[in-house]
Design a protein around this ligand. Sequence first.
Ligand code: 4AD
Ligand code: MG
Length: 481
Amino acid sequence: MEHTRIKDLLKSEEFDKEVIVKGWVRTFRNNQFIAINDGSSVNNIQAVVDFENTEEALLKRITTGAAVRVKGQLVESLGKGQRVEIKVNELTILGDSDPEKYPLQPKKHSLEFLREIAHLRFRTGTFNAIFKVRNALAFAVHKFFNERDFTYMHTPIITGSDAEGAGEMFQVTTLDLNNPPRTESGEIDFKEDFFGKPTNLTVSGQLEGELAAMALGNIYTFGPTFRAENSNTTRHLAEFWMIEPEMAFYELDDNMDLAEDLLKYVIKYALDTCPEEIELLNNRLLEEEKSKPQNQRAEMGLIEKLNFVVENNFERVTYTDAIEILKRSKPNQKKQFKYLIDEWGADLQSEHERYLVEKHYKKPVILTDYPREIKSFYMKQNEPDAQGRHTVRAMDILFPGIGEMVGGSQREENLDKLLTRMAEVGIPEEEMDWFLDTRRFGSAPHAGFGVGFERLVLFVTGMTNIRDVIPFPRTPKNAEF
Ligand code: 4AD
Ligand code: MG
């Protein structure tokens, strides 16, 4: 390779050495200073053109977005904020970019605008940083589990089961649904389908993960999952990545310990390995904060917030205790929030979750022992409490600014209890035979959880819209490329 990465040059001490860089023009100032980025760093290198000895026609082609090859001497820079620059001897345009047509002008664009040109937003410093942090977090997940001897298990994308029992599934079929084969009673005849039965994109790898854990011990999945929920929020995607460990002989406390360790580990890894990216994102937020009134500004900057989470224990509290806290809370004067929740048994709305983590505890919170009726069929049931209320050994981890980051539980290992619960919520036993075998033969306590990977990336990058932390967001009416 004849060229050197900008990332390495920015650290280099080899002054006067002849170097070649290849990259894209971010800005071109005063007919002289080109800021070049090759993706290796969030920072650009400055290349200084001797404009008096360069043809006018060539200078005109140095435009934002153009791909260039620059050869010259690496020299110490006198400019502010940069240590080195390149004194250009030879400049080649590898690919022009018509400044009249190129949508990414050299100015600050809003995230909303960049979402509309999502195919080009990789070319901004912010998105470079976001996707580098995303990459570091993904790598850290594998490193964490590998260091603990977990087996990475690939679970299917196409499946015949509904792990969450919530029915929010994308159907997969090879049938021509405009003209499907019919049974005698007029129903679509799925026997004619490729799989011979209705299938869907997986909502979670958990059930298959349980099969593996009940033999291999500790496993985890990390892959795309799909939810056909029509929610247009800043926290939901139709296609998102989930990390799902499943551990034999783990109970709820072990599960909580592992989840807390994992989150702290991967956040610390991002802080350690992406300092420049996180600094850029931190500065971006600082800028944003400046435009807010003093009393609405965040108490902590991004870096401070990440360090705080790594260094402090998560609060652990039961659903029942949380409801008491919420009942005692006062609705906000401006009625922006209605914290009040009057009934035990109700599912928490995001404003309740936010009250608990942002106003009450001011740190991540692990909520446990939710009412049975609002959770999935597979969760282990507690003995009813003194008032006869039924709860399950569930745990959700709530994060400031995010809400639910993790959902998990100890699993119901008792076959009879599980069958009763399935019957109550209408899941046919025959369809789950394969799953029930884990409880028929050598059943044992086990537990697991799912981390919404994009919600984790949101937290670590300080971004606020989940569409900005996945390269190609899938949301209702949005799957162009
Ligand atoms: O709480 P959920 O639905 O739990 C499960 O799927 C379990 N089977 C996990 C397990 O125990 N193995 O989803 C887990 C996490 C949520 O806490 C949230 O962070 C994320 O996945 N999540 C979403 N992220 C983005 N878009 C969506 N539509 C999401 N739905 C859930
Ligand atoms: Mg959940």
